[in-house]
Design a protein around this ligand. Structure first.
Ligand code: TRP
Ligand code: ZN
Length: 902
């Protein structure tokens, strides 16, 4: 791919500062496809005009892996040249009149293993055009600020491809000669080419007609392979709920007569928001109680919501350039998070969702922000845009939007959204345009007053640290909190300016455990339960008056800003918050801090053996109280009783010994298993449901806690040699009425390392050998199993020789390779370096098939520099081995070069 390299052969860096408007506009696009897996013919007729605001220049159209047959301008042959893979037209009509350009190309969908552009999967055709896949279908100005009206005609063999779909409305269809047929689609909305889609194949649809609040009728369809229709009800319910929610909360209706979702087994990401024709990884569509877990059901609801919400935030208003990606992704993640919370009926279930979202942010995004791929929510440069579909753009971007809502209030946020659509509907805009709309709609808010400083969240990478100290004056009955903020340097950003940090505060009595009313010194506001303190300087302080007893501060309630909070809590203070904080997030957080502190003490105290008791009695009895509490619900208990993960623990340490972390955490798990054994027995029995399966949050929480109980019971039993609980787990595995209970029972056997795991795994495979998504679980469970004496890597290599393994299918590759390299630190970080050798082999192998997937795997060693020896040197060697390959994709090259840079 020479065209992407400069003269020295280095990949081209794209800079945000270099943005210029397109030299041509494309008003209409008429595409005709003759679909054939080996050779698909594409006729592209466009109407273009020069952009009068830009100096006259040649038209340079993007293309990739295309065979060009013909180019006509206003119906006449024309001269053209190639600039790398770009098609350059210099002799176009002068002046600003529209002209016709007709381009005829062919491509080979069956050979397209990258799954970008037009590809085949299970004998059907699918497209994926975001970010730059449309150029693999036809020559085009493949950039999001070129928006056009599309008419698409699909022609194909009728028996092989009975269903022909594209964006918008079906306006014509019929039969052709030789057993072929056609369908013609017109999209009534203009769109950037990354939202183009087509699907052709043997598919069946679940259909639903709905009437909107405004009284309009719409047809909703979920297309799947024949045989999967019994797994589409939940996706359809989620889609109907999404349509209703966007209309109710933001006044944003469905703007199409027909809205389609299509599932495919081969997909690089979760799903894609193509206008009116969303294409989904089947993992986020197909579910019934026999094949999908509660987590799968919840993920489907959130991904269906996410793609649907893009219909406005992303599609009606899109991004000016890919540096603005978080404009649509951060905002749409925020919207899907809010949707999932609003779908919960219990307030505690909303809190559980918030905790889960924060857990993702802290275990995945905080490390990204501290590692070699750190970048701002609005990046300044990239080599391969596919590498920037990151947790920073998505999840941190969502936190930035959430902080705006915190600063302007829920109603103020809805006003800001309204103004954003009034100003920019139908346009390709920037993150600044969104933030300005929010501020302008709320002129007296702190967001409006602090807007330039607030926007540092878009431009500065790195996770800020907020340190707080408290002092209580018993005589004066005042309590003062002093804050300082800082942010470590990241690549190209040595110094940082102070962020705007919204800090939601509360006080809990250290003796009474009561929520203390908050009166801010110098303010006339009435006493309240919470106070929103907006920190803007490097240091700041706030004093509360009328504080009758020594308080424990509850800081950053609901995780009101994406920062690391340092506060030197005593164990007693944390136990007070764990038992009493009215804010469920900080209640959970107190338990995490207690466990984390014990873990870190045991890890850094190298004189202690890792088998010694790590957790103290106070912690164990606090956990017992939580588990037995009649007030708390099961889902919340399950979260409190889940120890911080190995990756999260590693992030707190300057030098990381993954084996020691693994051993200490395993010792903690064993202590919880044996120390609370009677409580786990009670919890398992008390959380059995015999009624009909329902995936709602309350029922799911009960199953999660029962599953956790079974897991701890099997762990304790396996240690003591007792056979009762493993036997019960096997029985439950056999009689389970749903996949959640069944998978939890299997997991309990596998993670405890009990011998019954072997027959259970064999039976599971036999039961589900025709269910790809269940087989993914079967593979993932084994590749992610706790390591015992280095047994996981040989098992992983063995799994790769299994008849059902296929590295070309991204879900299957992830279920084995990523489950091992990314999700199993104890198995992966081997002192003999064999895990890293395996990683390097797979990165190179995958890069030849699918660079997007390979580049994600390449990131498994991002944090190598903090590893202790011998891991550090071995990891560097593995990275160097990949770097030495001369024909790496830009995707993998960018990740590896960044990891090795100093
Ligand atoms: N826009 C999609 C989403 O977040 C993401 C996506 C789907 C994607 N497929 C992709 C991004 C391929 C890059 C490449 O909803
Ligand atoms: Zn998205």
């Amino acid at each position: 791919m020479l065209q992407f390299r400069d003269n020295e052969g280095a990949p081209t860096v794209i800079n945000r500062a270099d943005y210029t408007a397109p030299a041509y506009r494309i008003d209409t696009v008429e595409l005709t496809f003759d679909l054939d897996p080996a050779k698909t013919r594409v006729l592209n007729k466009m109407t273009l005009r020069r952009n009068p605001d830009v100096p006259a220049q040649a038209l340079k159209l993007d293309g990739e892996e295309l065979n060009l047959a013909r180019v006509l301008v206003n119906g006449q042959g024309t001269s053209f040249k190639m600039d790398g893979e770009r098609l350059v037209l210099e002799n176009l009509p002068e002046g600003n009149e529209p002209f016709q350009l007709e381009i005829f190309t062919t491509c080979a969908p069956v050979k397209n293993t990258k799954l970008s552009g037009l590809y085949t999967s299970n004998d059907s055709f699918f497209t994926q055009c975001e970010a730059e896949g449309f150029r693999r279908i036809t020559y085009f100005l493949d950039r999001p600020d070129v928006m056009a009206m599309y008419t698409v005609t699909l022609r194909a063999d009728k028996a092989k491809y009975p269903v022909l779909l594209s964006n918008g409305n079906l306006v014509d269809s019929g039969t052709l000669e030789d057993g072929r047929h056609f369908a013609k689609w017109v999209d009534p909305h203009k769109k950037p080419c990354y939202l183009f889609a087509l699907v052709a194949g043997q598919l069946v649809a679940r259909e639903q007609r709905i009437t909107s609040r405004a009284g309009k009728d719409h047809l909703l369809q979920v297309f799947v392979r024949p045989g999967d229709l019994d797994k589409t009800e939940h996706a359809m319910n989620s889609l109907m709920a999404s349509v209703a929610w966007d209309e109710a909360r933001f006044g944003l209706p469905l703007d199409l007569e027909r809205f389609m979702i299509v599932a495919t087994a081969d997909f690089n990401m979760g799903a894609m928001e193509n206008k009116g024709l969303n294409i989904f990884n089947s993992k986020y569509v197909l579910a019934n109680q026999a094949t999908a877990t509660d987590v799968d059901f919840a993920n489907i609801e959130s991904v269906v919501g996410h793609e649907y919400f893009h219909n406005w935030t992303g599609n009606r208003i899109t991004c000016r350039d890919w540096f603005q990606l978080s404009l649509k992704e951060g905002l749409t993640v925020f919207r899907d998070q809010e949707f999932s919370q609003d779908m919960c009926f219990e307030p505690s279930a909303r809190a559980v969702k918030r905790i889960e979202d924060v857990r993702v942010l802290r275990t995945a995004q905080f490390p990204e922000d501290a590692g070699p791929m750190a970048h701002p929510v609005r990046p300044d440069s990239y080599i391969e845009i596919n590498n920037f579909y990151t947790v920073t753009i998505y999840e941190k971007g969502a936190e930035v939007v959430r902080m705006m809502q915190t600063l302007v209030g829920r109603d103020g946020f809805a006003k800001g959204m309204k103004l954003y659509f009034e100003r920019f509907d139908g346009q390709a805009v920037t993150c600044d345009d969104f933030a300005q709309s929010m501020a302008d709609a709320n002129p007296s808010s702190s967001l409006a007053q602090l807007l330039p400083q607030f926007k540092l969240w878009y431009s500065q990478a790195g996770t800020p640290r907020l340190s707080a100290r408290g002092s209580f004056d018993a005589a004066a009955q005042t309590y003062t909190l002093q804050f300082t903020q800082s942010c470590a340097a990241t690549a190209n950003q040595a110094t940082k300016q102070a962020f705007v940090i919204p800090v939601l505060l509360g006080l809990v009595g250290s003796n009474s455990g009561a929520a203390l009313p908050l009166t801010v010194q110098g303010s006339s506001d009435a006493a309240a339960d919470n106070h929103l303190f907006v920190m803007t300087g490097d240091t700041a302080s706030i004093t509360f008056t009328g504080v009758a007893e020594e308080p424990v501060p509850s800081i950053l309630r609901g995780f009101s800003a994406p920062v690391v909070l340092d506060f030197d809590y005593s164990d007693a203070q944390l136990l007070t918050l764990l038992a009493n904080d009215p804010d469920p997030f900080n209640r959970w957080e107190a338990g995490q801090r207690l466990a984390l502190r014990s873990a870190i003490n045991a890890i850094v105290d190298t004189s202690a053996s890792t088998g010694a008791s790590v957790l103290n009695d106070a912690y164990l009895s606090a956990m017992r109280s939580v588990l037995r509490s009649p007030q708390l619900d099961a889902a919340f208990k399950e979260l409190v009783l889940t120890l911080p993960g190995e990756t999260y623990i590693a992030e707190q340490l300057d030098v990381v010994d993954p084996q020691r972390i693994h051993a200490v955490r395993e010792a903690m798990r064993l202590q919880i298993a044996t120390g609370l054994q009677a409580d786990w027995e009670w919890a398992f029995d008390a959380h059995q449901d015999n009624g009909a399966y329902s995936p709602d949050a309350t029922s799911a929480g009960r199953r999660a806690l029962a599953g956790m109980s079974l897991s701890y019971l099997c762990l304790a039993a396996t240690q003591s040699g007792d056979a009762v609980w493993p036997g019960k787990a096997l029985q439950r595995f056999k009689d389970a009425g749903n996949m959640t209970d069944q998978a939890n029972a299997l997991q309990a056997l596998v993670t405890s390392g009990h011998a019954l795991a072997t027959p259970a795994l064999a039976r599971f495979h036999a039961m589900f050998k025709h269910e790809d998504l269940v087989l993914d679980k079967w593979f993932a469970l084994q590749a992610g199993a706790p390591d015992r004496g280095g047994n996981v890597l040989p098992a992983v290599r063995q799994l790769m020789t299994h008849a059902d393994f296929n590295i070309r299918n991204p879900n299957r590759a992830r279920s084995v390779i990523f489950s091992y390299c990314n999700a199993n630190p104890g198995g992966f970080h081997r002192a003999d370096a064999a895990g890293y050798v395996y990683w390097a082999e797979r990165v190179i192998e995958l890069d030849g098939i699918n660079p997007q997937v390979a580049a994600r795997l390449a990131r498994a060693l991002d944090r190598w520099k903090r590893l202790a020896e011998p891991y550090r040197s071995a990891a560097r060697e593995a990275l160097a081995r990949v770097a030495a390959k001369s024909d790496l994709s830009n995707d993998v090259r960018e990740v590896i070069d960044r990891a090795l840079a100093d």
